[in-house]
Design a protein around this ligand. Structure first.
Ligand code: PA5
Length: 447
């Protein structure tokens, strides 16, 4: 069953008749190549059936590890960057009370994220915050050598050992990394940390349904079985055997590709729930890293609405007409707040009295949609029933599958990221890393 619907009526109206239908053979060919493993990057297709093939033993192991961390920690720091970070954060924030990290209810540990920047201030402030806290660490790095994460982990491990003692530190530090190689693996094996493996055939940005995402999400107290079930159900809903017109991932991929061909080079992902901010960030990495290569690719941008209507709204309404918008619309809120009465009514808003805040939000969404369409911005709408583990699992897989198909329509390898190395090479050369002597001389000559 799919709790996610896609409405492309206000996007296809910008395209010539039959444009989407004419893409069906190409979309089905992309699906076949994904399914049969004949596409570029076919050594990284492990994500496709992860959800339906996740073993109960792995889920039980993750839950048991999460319980050890929850029982022994008031704070858990998740160290990781890019694909080793964004999925967990996106899902935890989407499911959490917006003020969760300020609530000291004793039920759930505070989940913090580190290893995703090289800011001295951030790391210093984190160290200070963790002082006197019973904290644990989940160190996530597929390569095990990423600078941002390795730096944070050095600091966190030292502080954890000093504050909690070596034995306890060994219990509350968990590694999620490669089976054999990299610093994170070597340290985990040497110290006897509990560890999980990131499968070789799953790239970072497609890894949220492995322990990379599932362990932090379980630590935050959420139901990872429901999440995986949602993803597995969406896997079935997006299978190549599902007719083109009924297949959400195929419809999404075909529509955005047609819009790209019609000159819409930027996709703005919009949400109307602040909790989805990091879902936008996760999506940006998924699509940006998968498609932006060989001089091609839709630029993935994102806004939080209605917040950003007061900053970016002008540009979207009247800026260069190279954008289209994809809105994630959550049908039912989890809470219940009515617009209040005010005796003086100075703001003139008493006409809204007694209405659900969500009804006002929905009218803002509809009004914005129509205004943007009038302004020349094609609009796709992804409607999800509610924010719960099952539906979010569906959303995650929907975007992953849509991304695989989209990349193949663009004729790029959606599963590599050669461009990510360029900054690292320059940074290491500038910092004088051994082995980079030639690059150091060359880069210094350019400054
Ligand atoms: O999607 C990717 O492959 C990247 O974003 C990586 O996830 C990111 O660079 C982190 O790499 P690692 O897990 O090796 O530390």
């Amino acid at each position: 069953m799919s709790n996610i619907q896609i409405d492309s009526s206000k996007a296809v109206s910008f395209l010539s008749e039959n444009t989407i239908a004419s893409l069906e053979p190409r979309v089905k060919a992309a699906q076949k190549a994904l399914e049969e493993g004949t596409c570029p990057g076919n050594d990284f297709l492990g994500w496709m059936h992860l959800a339906s093939e996740t073993s109960p033993e792995l889920l039980a192991d993750i839950k048991e590890t999460a319980n050890v961390l929850r029982e022994n920690c008031d704070t858990i720091v998740v160290a990781g960057i890019g694909g080793s970070y964004l999925g967990a954060r996106a899902i935890i924030e989407a499911l959490s009370n917006s003020f969760q990290w300020l609530i000291n209810d004793g039920k759930n540990p505070v989940i913090l994220f580190a290893g995703n920047n090289i800011s001295e201030d951030y790391l210093s402030e984190l160290t200070l915050f963790l002082k006197n806290r019973k904290f644990g660490v989940i160190n996530i790095s597929k390569s095990g050598t990423t600078t941002e994460t390795a730096l944070a982990f050095r600091l966190l491990r030292k502080q954890c050992e000093e504050q909690r003692g070596i034995e306890t530190a060994r219990k509350v530090i968990v590694a999620i990394t490669d089976a054999k190689k990299g610093a994170a693996r070597t340290t985990a094996d040497k110290e006897g940390y509990k560890s999980f493996i990131i499968p070789d055939n799953v790239g970072g940005r497609f890894s949220v349904l492995t322990p990379v995402g599932l362990l932090p999400i379980a630590c935050a107290g959420f139901d990872i079985e429901a999440l995986v079930k949602g993803a597995a159900d969406m896997e079935r809903a997006c299978a190549p055997s599902v007719p083109f017109n009924e297949n959400p991932a195929e419809q999404y991929a075909a529509t955005r590709f047609a819009l790209y061909q019609a000159g819409k080079k930027i996709e703005i992902l919009a949400n109307y729930q602040p909790k989805l901010h990091f879902m936008n960030e996760w999506w940006k990495q998924l699509y940006g890293e998968s498609e932006g290569k060989d001089g091609k690719g839709i630029f993935p941008a994102a806004v939080d609405l209605t917040t950003d209507l007061h900053s970016m709204g002008q540009w979207i309404q009247e800026g260069e007409r190279t954008v289209f918008e994809t809105v994630i619309s959550v049908e039912n809120p989890n809470a219940n707040v009515l617009f209040p009465h005010d005796e003086e009514n100075l703001d003139g808003l008493n006409f809204l009295e007694g209405k659900h805040v969500d009804e006002v939000n929905k009218m803002a969404e509809l009004g914005t949609r129509l205004a943007h369409v009038d302004g020349g911005v094609p609009n796709l709408r992804i409607v999800m029933e509610k924010l719960d583990e099952y539906t979010i699992g569906q959303l995650i897989y929907f975007f992953e599958r849509g991304c695989g198909i989209s990349g193949l329509l663009l004729e790029v390898n959606p599963f590599n990221q050669p461009g990510v190395e360029a900054y690292k090479k320059n940074m290491f050369a500038l910092l004088g890393k051994p082995g980079y002597e030639n690059e150091t001389a060359a880069i210094k000559a350019r400054i």
